[in-house]
Design a protein around this ligand. Sequence first.
Ligand SMILES: Nc1ncnc2c1ncn2[C@@H]1O[C@H](COP(=O)(O)OP(=O)(O)OP(=O)(O)O)[C@@H](O)[C@H]1O
Ligand SMILES: [Mg+2]
Ligand SMILES: [Zn+2]
Length: 277
Amino acid sequence: MTQQNTTTFSSVGAVLQERLKETDETCPIHKINLISAFGKASICMECGREAIAKRDQELAEETMKEHVKRKTQYWLERRSVFLDETLRKASFENYKEDDEETARNKEQALKIAREYFSGATYNTIFTGKPGTGKSHLSMSMLKVVNEHSEPFRKCLFVSIDELMRRIKDSFKNKDSQYTEQRMIELLTGADLLVIDDLGAETGAIDSDKAASNFTTKTLYAIVNGRANKPTIITTNLNSKELTKMYDSKLISRMFRGAEGHIISFKETNDKRISVEF
Ligand SMILES: Nc1ncnc2c1ncn2[C@@H]1O[C@H](COP(=O)(O)OP(=O)(O)OP(=O)(O)O)[C@@H](O)[C@H]1O
Ligand SMILES: [Mg+2]
Ligand SMILES: [Zn+2]
C-alpha cells in the first residue's frame, strides 16, 4: 500500500471526499460547481449552508417570540391583582348567551377587543347588576388581546378593592411589594388594563358614600398616567352614582372616549345565585 492509499482510507473525511463528486453543472446563484453526493441529485454547497443558516435563524426568532409571549402572559397571570379565582378561566368561549342582553353585550365586547387589538385607545365601561358577567367579559377581552397581539401587549386585571387594600397594608408592612408608587407604575405601565369593580373599594353598600381622598388621589394618578392607553372599567354603579362618589375631574378622565363603548347589564340575572329563596 502506498502512502497515498493509507491516508485516503484511514480518514473518514477523505472517504466522503471520494464519494462527493464535483459535477460540471454550476449553481446559478453562487456560480460554483454543484456536488453530486452518493449518486444523488447534485447540490450547491453554498445553497445548503444558507438553508441551514436560515433555519437556525428562524428557530432563534421563534424561540425569542415564545419568550416574549410567555413574558406578557406572565403579566396577566402573575401581576394581576384579584381574588376571584374563577375569573382565571373566563373567556369568550365559555361565556353563555342566555338571553338577548348577554348575546348583545358579548358581541360588543368582542368588537371592542378587536378594536383594542388594532390599536384603539378609548376606555370601555361595563356597568350593571352583580353577577351578570362584567368581570368575565372584561377578562375575556384581555385574554384575546394578550394572545393575539404582535408585538405583544402587557395586559393586567386589577380588582380596585383588593388593590387599595394591599396598598394600605403596605403602609405598615415594609417588605410589601404593593407600595403605592409601585402599583401606580404597574397600572400605568400596562398596555391594556381592567379596573374591576370601581366603587367597591369605598365599602359603601349604598352608593352615597364619597371615595376617600387617598383613593381619589391614587385613581387619579393611574388614569392620568394612562392618557394614551385604553382602560376597561367595570362597576355596579351608574353615571349618576359615580358622580356622587368621585370628583368630576377623575370621572371625566375615566370616561375618556367611552361614549359608544358602554356595556350595560340591566336584565341579566345574577349568575352567582343558583338557589332560589
Ligand atoms: N353569561 C355567562 N356565561 C358563563 N358564565 C358566566 C356568565 N355570566 C357570568 N358568569 C360567571 O358567573 C360568575 C359571576 O360573573 P362576574 O364575576 O363576571 O360578574 P360581575 O358582573 O363582574 O359581578 P359583580 O358586579 O358582582 O362584580 C363568574 O364566575 C362568571 O364566570
Ligand atoms: Mg365583577
Ligand atoms: Zn448555490
